[in-house]
Design a protein. Structure first.
Length: 666
């Protein structure tokens, strides 16, 4: 039987208060025993000290909100949590736990999607309340609620000091939260995470990532996602160290701020998905390294998407000069269905790699280590449900106290995913992760997604392999923006389709499009002996992805079948370059030029009357754009405020209200 041994041992540190069986009990005990110890620090500016909150203050804020939830009869009920502020999110989430309510964390949707997205979550979860901290969200009211729907403004929580919180007993088996995940291959599902799951996974995470009460952590991840929530919010309370939080928008606008804060705070633990390290390497210049000291960074955890050995090496090469050690990297594996953490590489050892040769191509896989104590990881043949031998690829199955209770109100999906058993022994239940991997020398190597496999005449191909070859086939094609999938036909052979985005610079070079498509077909045929049935060119940033940036191949395949992809087959209609139209305060042509440098798109293609959605401007681009405007106009430019503008003309009018009258750009 192929399984990872429990090679990671628990680590000592601050007492965990053994009488605490849940996070609410632990918060109360820490507030009583260490009231002045900082629980969290909130980074608001790269040059300012973080605003810290001690356990006594945190406890008062949480119990104030928890009392309001109890007064509305929400114990045991689902509560949507949509907070822009990290501090408000932390207070709102912990208040739900302390009130016995079930937290439903969610991102703050764009203005044009707000009602639709929140309505979907409210309906699926059966939420009876909303915790929010922005004007547009607190105005939300679901249509046809089964019961009265309460909206609580987290900005007013500190004023509600007269509310009396009533301590309640929270059963470890009761639900703590619904972690909604769109996944990379499926529709959104609410993962049911219990209070016991939170404690078990926190203990596993503490041992695997070597947290102690002396750790200092900086998290720049969205708190509504499983990694940001469990590592950034729950773990500091569980292990007793101070957790610092930075907004993802601040990191995206300037990864250098992230490293400077780590240097200033003496951070020992920080990390995130692979793209976080990649963005730091790409955007930080060598001359900016002089004031950094990363020598105290002990654990650089990396997970949530495929971990690339090349990214780790490039990061180490670049920042080794300021104290970063390659051995600090800790590749990890996990998912929301396992609360978060499932395995990680051994601390202070060089991340190991293997070459995987499927007879067609060779790929480098990074070891994600072994599971924690009291958990199991098996490699199983997905078709026979029999264990695989070591070194043989199969589906990753998990079991243990961290595995969640299933999907909310989806019994069939729960049984299929969380109720797997081995065919030979009946051992189980196991969580079927849908990930393919191998175990070698006690470590798991994640290779692909089972549901994404492209199967041609009985041969299996990882879509990532096809996509990598396609992206490199022609200079007009955008990297990391390709989806390869097979379509199952009832009375014919499966069809293989490649959908790929063009670079912005190639959008107006329609004469090169046929060559690009032919280059893809030729490259894949030469590399894999696969005939591609269709190559589809689409606009930049139009391939479906999750809110965390994961490619949704099944959604792309569905859009292809439905004919809803915006296919580039004819020369796109260009927008003429605007004349020098001068208006009081801000010139529209200057705004077009600034936006052009952010989205890497010619000024002539930026229609000042077009919506941001039509221009394919996402929240990340809005953050970078607002940062550039703030620096050049010398004013505070709020990214959510800018993103709420419908077009550049609206941006100009909005900026005109906050800029000094003397400012003018010609």
């Amino acid at each position: 039987m192929s399984k990872c041994s429990n090679s990671v041992s628990p680590v000592g540190g601050v007492p965990l208060f053994s009488s605490a069986a849940t996070i609410p009990e632990l918060i109360r005990q820490r507030a009583n025993r260490t009231p002045t110890r900082p629980a969290f620090g909130f980074v608001a500016d790269s040059d300012a000290d973080a605003q810290e909150i001690d356990y006594a203050t945190l406890y008062r804020s949480c119990t104030s909100v928890a009392a309001q939830l109890q007064d509305h009869g929400l114990s045991g009920e689902r509560v949507l949590l949509v907070a822009r502020s990290n501090r408000n999110f932390v207070v709102g989430f912990l208040a739900c736990l302390m009130a016995g309510a079930v937290a439903v964390p969610a991102p703050c949707p764009r203005r044009d999607q707000l009602s639709e997205r929140l309505q979907l979550l409210a309906e699926d979860s059966g939420a009876l309340a909303l915790l929010a901290d922005s004007d547009e969200v607190v105005c939300f009211k679901p249509t046809s609620p089964s019961r009265p729907f309460a909206v609580l403004d987290l900005r007013l929580a500190p004023e509600c000091v007269d509310a009396a919180w009533r301590p309640i007993h929270v059963d470890p088996e009761s639900l703590a939260l619904l972690q909604y995940t769109s996944g990379s291959t499926g529709s959104p599902k609410g993962v049911m995470v219990s209070h016991g799951n939170l404690m078990a996974n926190s203990a596993a995470l503490r041992g695997g990532l070597q947290f102690t009460h002396d750790s200092v952590q900086l998290v720049a991840l969205p708190l509504f996602h499983d990694m940001g929530l469990i590592v950034g919010v729950v773990q500091p309370i569980f292990s007793g160290f101070t957790g610092f939080l930075m907004s993802p928008q601040m990191f995206a606008a300037s990864p250098l701020r992230w490293l400077r804060q780590m240097s200033r705070l003496g951070v020992t633990h920080a990390g995130g998905p692979n793209f976080l390290f990649e963005l730091a390497v790409e955007s930080i210049e060598d001359e900016d390294l002089h004031d950094l000291d990363l020598s105290r960074w002990e654990v650089a955890y990396c997970g949530a998407e495929p971990v690339r050995a090349s990214t780790m090496r490039r990061f180490s090469d670049k920042f080794g000069a300021v104290g970063f050690r390659h051995s600090a990297f800790m590749p990890a594996y996990g998912m929301a269905e396992a609360t978060l953490y499932a395995a990680s590489h051994l601390h202070h050892t060089e991340p190991s790699t293997i070459s995987m040769n499927d007879g067609v191509t060779v790929r480098t896989l990074v070891a994600c280590g072994a599971p924690p104590p009291h958990h199991r990881l098996l490699i199983v043949d997905p078709s026979t449900c029999l264990p695989c031998a070591d070194g043989t690829q199969g589906e990753i199955w998990l079991s243990g106290p961290s595995v969640a209770q299933g999907y909310w109100n989806k019994p069939e999906a729960t049984l299929a995913t969380f109720g797997a058993r081995l065919a030979d022994s009946g051992d189980g239940p196991y969580l079927r992760t849908g990930d393919l991997g191998i175990v070698q020398d006690g470590a798991v190597y994640v290779s692909s997604r089972l549901k994404d496999l492209v199967i041609v005449r009985g041969r299996n191909f990882a879509p990532q392999d096809l996509e990598a070859v396609a992206e490199a086939a022609h200079p007009a094609l955008r990297p990391s923006a390709c989806a390869a999938f097979s379509l199952h036909e009832a009375d014919a052979d499966d069809r293989v389709v490649v959908v790929i985005e063009l670079k912005r610079t190639a959008m107006r070079q329609s004469s090169a499009w046929p060559d690009a498509k032919q280059a893809i077909r030729r490259a894949i045929l030469e590399a894999f002996e696969i005939r591609i049935d269709d190559v589809v060119l689409v606009r930049t940033a139009s391939i479906p992805k999750t809110s965390s940036g994961k490619l949704q191949r099944s959604a792309c395949a569905h859009a292809y079948r439905a004919g809803t992809l915006v296919v580039l087959e004819a020369p796109p209609g260009g927008v003429k370059a605007p004349s020098a139209l001068h208006v009081p305060v801000i010139d529209i042509g200057w705004l077009q030029s600034e936006l052009s440098s952010v989205i890497k798109r010619p000024v002539a293609e930026i229609d000042p009357h077009a919506s941001f959605l039509d221009l394919n401007i996402d929240s990340l681009a809005a953050v970078i754009f607002s940062s550039r405007l703030a620096a050049k106009l010398r004013v505070e430019v709020d990214p959510p405020g800018l993103f709420s503008c419908g077009s550049l003309h609206e941006v100009r009018n909005w900026l005109g209200q906050i800029c000094e009258p003397s400012i003018h750009r010609a």
